[in-house]
Design a binder for this molecule. Sequence first.
Ligand code: ZN
Ligand code: ZN
Length: 432
Amino acid sequence: MASPTLALPQSFTPGTDSVFSDLSGFYSLDSNVPGLSKVILDKLNMKDYGDYRAAVEGKIKGISFRNYKEMFQRLEDTFKFCTGCNKLPKHLTEGNTLKRCVKCLNVYYCTKDCQTQDWPQHKKVCKTLRLVAVDRLVEWLMFTGDLPFPTEKWSMSPADVKSWDDWLSMQVDLAKHLDKVMSGSSMATLWKNVSRPKPDDEDLRKSLWRIQSEFLSRVLTVGTAIQRFGLDPYVKPLTVHLAGASHSETMGARLTDYDELSHMFPGHQGIEVVMVGPEVVDGPITRPPLRAFGPKQRVYISTYKGLYHQFWEDVVEKEEAAKPDLVITFHPGFHANQGLVEGWLPTLLLLRDYNIPSFLTMFSEMELKYSLQILLELEMHIRESGLNPFASQKPEQVQSSPNKPPVYCNSYYICLQGLLPQEDSHTPGAES
Ligand SMILES: [Zn+2]
Ligand SMILES: [Zn+2]
């Protein structure tokens, strides 16, 4: 087998920690803005990445703020560096502060000159970054429980729901649900404590929708994958593994997070979603996978904290968990460097050799291209790839490079199963 390295971007050295951890990603912030990772740790009262990770895993009560104002301020501080020359506040001369772009209220500059020079690049993303800055704050409503808002049972067949517009057309009470969040106390608390004016109601409603779409994107992507592989949840219960589930997917996760699948396939035989990854955060969904299938017409979420191939050896092979009908990985990111490719290798080979229907998502076309190259070198049989109709609608800033085009979660997908078939050895054109 050829080495799956190719000409991949080698922008940072992978960490010595678990290859799935985002340690390397975290410190890679520094390759664009030297010192940014330190600013983030300082602002959040942490000494190193270990602390940061322990905090996101809920092991230490590391993040404690005196009040909401301080919390929002410190989070905003992690975005404060000059977009033109990458200077951090501590690099400025006495009495000078970074000034914010008045249009997006998202990026900062050390001087007017830096801003003027940066404008040709920044103007391409300034409008979108305005949305990013609003969403970053409104996202807090996911933690307060105001979001996600309730959704309807599907009135259309899943095969006919091909886009967000189709999905939205079934949400008869959407306006009512959004109004409830708009007039809630969390929304008021938010705008009382942040350092930017409250956007108008229409903008806020759109922001609420974008954030909800990011949450739903994962669930609808699972539903899409079920259909692409022709799996039928009415014939038998389905087991779906989410390999490499991240801390952001599991932090604050609730038992109801995948219930949209029951709206999509009403009356199904039961669907289990097992979230597997070393970064899985403890919470209400922390419970062992089912051995035999559980409740019909319900979605059951369980977790395993560890690498996927370990989960397979220690649990699935010992028949302590059901074999998967489908394995999904949101943003495996193995295109980013060789360390990550090596980390994913045992899992990818396992999926290939056990012929498991697998579905991967990517943030961008570039990521899709590199990922396809790697998978082809591993002789994996790619069935389909392309744009995901249920990509998140929430733009995401590349934190340390704000002028890069924002990306959207689950934008692209790859559907694969088994080993690439051997090509026929007969020479084309031999017939006459
Ligand atoms: Zn500057
Ligand atoms: Zn701007």
